[in-house]
Design a protein around this ligand. Sequence first.
Ligand code: PGA
Length: 234
Amino acid sequence: MSNIEIEIYPDDQWVDRVTSRWAAFMEKEPAARLCLPTGSTPQAIYERAASTIDFARTEVFVLDEFGLPPGDPARCDEMLDRDLLSRMSRRPLNVHTLNPQAPDMTEECRRFATLVEAGGLDLTVLGLGRNGHVGLNEPGSAANSPTRVVQLRGSTIEDAGRYGSDVSPTWGVTLGLRQILASREIWLLVIGRHKAGILQRTLTEPIGRQLPATFLRRHPRTTVLADESAASLL
Ligand code: PGA
């Protein structure tokens, strides 16, 4: 049994439709606590949203971070800034990031998870990894996995190579599935034919650690927002 809802939009309408949906959400919850992903999937949404949605009362939490030096173009904090925050006329009240250079990473993960849990998340937006990861919760991650340091799998390392760095990260820090699944609402953004196979598997394979995105099917308010290319095998 699955609670997940699926909305499929024509490829050339996906950005408009998802941005409008986000604008409607923000109208209702202007002070929302948002957890946001980086990477290629949300880029066009962010470009549109930055100039059309008022985020001034929101609090933003980054979903994950790569083990790369500060300022590296493939860092999630850099991507979030480049793709969304730097384009806003009024920035969010607060933007919380994960610091992979913290002297004590256990403490850093605890700090971040405590901040998230203190008020919870109203909306968590996710991309879908080629191997079924959400955030950097790689295959093998349990539904109650905490915010933690993770070693990256081959396809994740390869895909991170597209984000503009000279070096590929081999590890990262991620919000745990425990905190993600506690979010009041979750949107899984999936675009492109190259994601069609993993989206189909996410929706049909047995729920379990081998494909962490399958845990979203147990969440009471998760919506997949896919374009027709990504939905072509459904
Ligand atoms: P992408 O990454 O948006 O760059 O395809 C998604 C992910 O790995 O979560």
